[in-house]
Design a protein around this ligand. Structure first.
Ligand code: DGY
Length: 310
């Protein structure tokens, strides 16, 4: 066993994974429900040899400079857009993430949103709860079909492909667009009845879907985003929904998160938003915690992280 290190964990983890860290190292857990404010994060990180962070923490050069003893970062996520990987690499700090284990859970949420927006489930549920459930009528609650339609996957990584498999099971034709394969994005947008976003957020993919792209979609088509809020221009989405340029949208991710309850986006029609729960199953989050701990135990023992982010 190497020297005992001090690890800052930026949120309580509801699983036993931290016990393995505690067996070898000192663990400082930020126990609050809300993330540590940036100044507090800097102060606590300054006492640490390693960080176990969430997507809510901005980990950048300024943080590393304030915390010169930090020599490893494990993010409890597959996405690393909250981390300046270049700043970490310049300082020789390895960064780990949690790929693979959240593929199915996230694909399930994408497909749940797809079905829910097409079949207007949240609107129907509101009618029931608010006492507006009228006797059955032939023209009530009509939504879009799923079987026999075309599912366009933007980003052809693990999660995009897992959503495609679900689409095949529902009798959909699958098309995709990515940097290295598939159709040009414009063609996908014009052909798809459902567009599901699965690209990481990078400077290149910020607002990948904006007003111009939404205008290319069919007025009967639906947009699903379980990737990152910043991939989609939300102002353009609101305008497209209000103008009836697309039929509806389902979002698990927004910018910012949490989305304030009075955000104008929420007044757009045919929109379902859930609070970034793509990976939120007991098994998935528990595996993510294990992977993050494995990454830190390896790095603090001077070994390569088993799940490096780059
Ligand atoms: C991720 O892992 O990047 C998700 O967005 C959070 O689970």
């Amino acid at each position: 066993m190497g020297a005992v290190g001090r690890i800052l964990v930026t949120r309580a983890l509801p699983f036993g994974a931290l016990d393995r860290l505690r067996a070898e190292h000192e663990v400082d857990v930020w126990e609050e429900r809300l993330p540590p404010p940036p100044e507090t994060l800097r102060e606590r990180a300054a006492q640490a040899d390693a960080l176990l962070t969430m997507i809510t923490e901005r980990v950048d050069g300024a943080l590393f400079d304030a915390a010169p003893s930090v020599r490893a970062v494990a993010n409890l996520a597959v996405g690393t857009d909250n981390i300046d990987l270049e700043a970490a690499a310049e300082r020789g700090i390895p960064v780990g993430n949690t790929p693979g284990v959240l593929t199915d859970a996230t694909a399930d949420i994408a497909f749940a949103l797809l079905l829910a927006v097409a079949r207007r489930l949240s609107e129907g549920e509101r009618e029931v709860r608010e006492g507006r459930w009228a006797p059955w009528q032939p023209g009530h609650g009509l939504g879009g079909d799923v079987a026999g339609t075309t599912l366009g996957i933007v980003g052809w990584g693990r999660i995009g492909q897992a959503v495609a498999r679900r689409g095949e099971g529902f009798g959909m034709e699958i098309i995709h667009s990515s940097r290295s394969s598939g159709l040009p994005l414009e063609e996908l947008l014009e052909r798809a009845d459902f567009v599901s976003l699965h690209t990481p957020l990078t400077p290149d993919t910020r607002h990948l879907i904006g007003a111009g792209q939404l205008r290319r979609m069919k007025p009967t088509a639906y947009l699903i985003n379980t990737a990152r809020g910043g991939v989609l221009d939300q102002v353009a989405l609101r305008e497209a929904l209000e103008a009836g340029e697309i039929a509806g949208a389902g979002l698990d991710v927004t910018e910012p998160e949490p989305l304030p309850a009075d955000d104008p986006l929420l007044s757009a029609p045919n929109l379902l938003v859930v609070p970034h729960v793509g990976s939120a199953t007991v098994r998935t989050r528990s595996r993510m915690a294990d992977m993050a701990v494995d990454n830190l135990l390896a790095a603090l023992a001077g070994r390569d992280m088993p799940h490096p982010a780059s």
